[in-house]
Ligand binder design. Structure first.
Ligand SMILES: [Zn+2]
Length: 349
């Protein structure tokens, strides 16, 4: 399989910086990409390729201009006395919450703007955040292009991840929605129906928001019940799309501690829905934080389960773009990703 990766994502290292700032743990460490690359090199049968650069235009097809401007300029504008290494939001408009309700407006202050554009406090900004997020989107776009040009499949080794990022919102380690940008690129390339299948432990609330009112991109997801786990406010089974997108969003939330049998059943429901939709391409938001050892989740999947997962995805028979999302147990992350690819390609793991 073609594997696309980048070189500058390490400039964004919130795991180390958040620890030094005395903040709660952030698991998105640069070593995540390295361990996956190591595992794929060991496995062989893959073609590794550095990312290209398709520019800002395909990113702007998904994300709002004011948000992109904020992401590109915020670090330079950030008050130096507020700390030199990283920043996180402290103020939120509160509109939409039961305690809010007054009309809110985007302020001029970069400190206030951070809260305007941030869904939560776990997507901090650093000097290298924009460069890393931009590169991550380009990794997805380079891999997407290969599939659009005829490759059966490709894996985009994106970091930071993307599926919590909305059209104008950063959240949950995510800044640019790599999977959504790639799905949009398929549509802009002439496809009429694209499926996004999100298998990350956490619900892809950003992806859902971006395509919620559209019928040309169906979004299906297996994830931890948001009643119990991140992202908490979105991802229930009764969220099925709106307007022209009604019926084109499928959420399969599972209880904390779910095992392979329960997970597999939910995946089957997603695959049946995707079959019925008859898309022309598949984007898999590939989070492997469903593993039993993952520090960010509670599911009980074993490394061996990622082989039949990949096999089932191959059974959809679609040109398939894998986009890396979560997966934070460094000792098994590489094996889990390479097992998905082995299952998909019909090789022994
Ligand atoms: Zn996740």
């Amino acid at each position: 399989m073609l594997i696309v990766h980048g070189a500058t994502h390490g400039l964004h290292d919130p795991a180390a910086a958040m620890a030094r700032a005395g903040q709660p743990p952030n698991f998105d460490a640069p070593g995540r990409v390295a361990v996956v690359l190591d595992a794929l090199r060991t496995q062989g049968a893959h073609l590794l390729q550095s990312t290209g650069d398709a520019g800002l235009a395909p990113i702007a097809r998904v994300h709002r201009a004011d948000y992109l401007n904020f992401l590109q300029t915020a670090w330079e504008r950030w008050p130096r006395e507020r700390g030199a290494e990283l920043a996180w939001p402290q103020f939120w408009p509160g509109s939409g919450s039961p305690a809010g309700g007054m009309p809110a407006r985007c302020p001029d202050s970069v400190v206030g703007q951070f809260g305007w554009f941030a869904g939560d406090a776990i997507a901090p900004l650093m000097a290298g955040t924009w460069a890393a997020a931009y590169e991550s989107a380009q990794v997805a776009l380079s891999a997407q292009r290969a599939v659009a040009e005829g490759a059966r499949s490709a894996l985009a080794l994106c970091r930071p991840p993307g599926h919590h990022a909305g059209s104008a919102r950063m959240a949950g380690y995510c800044y640019l929605n790599n999977a959504a940008i790639a799905a949009q690129a398929f549509i802009d390339g002439g496809l009429r129906r694209v499926a996004v299948l999100d298998v990350d432990y956490h619900h892809g609330n950003g992806t859902q928001e971006i395509f919620y009112e559209r019928a040309d991109v169906i979004v299906c997801s297996v994830h931890a019940d948001p009643a119990e786990d991140y992202p908490y406010f979105v991802g229930r089974a009764d969220e099925t799309g709106a307007g022209p997108g009604e019926g084109f969003n499928l959420n399969c939330p599972l209880p904390a501690g779910s095992d392979w049998a329960a997970w597999c059943e939910a995946l089957e429901a997603c695959c049946r829905r995707i079959d019925a939709y008859a898309p022309e391409a598949l984007v898999v938001s590939l989070g492997v934080d469903t593993h039993r050892d993952d520090p960010s989740g509670s599911f009980k999947l074993e490394s061996s389960h990622y082989v039949p997962m990949g096999r089932r995805l191959a059974g959809l028979g679609l040109p398939t773009l894998f986009v890396l999302e979560g997966g934070y147990a460094l000792e098994v992350l590489g094996a889990n990703v390479s097992n998905v690819l082995a299952g998909f390609e019909g090789r022994a793991s």
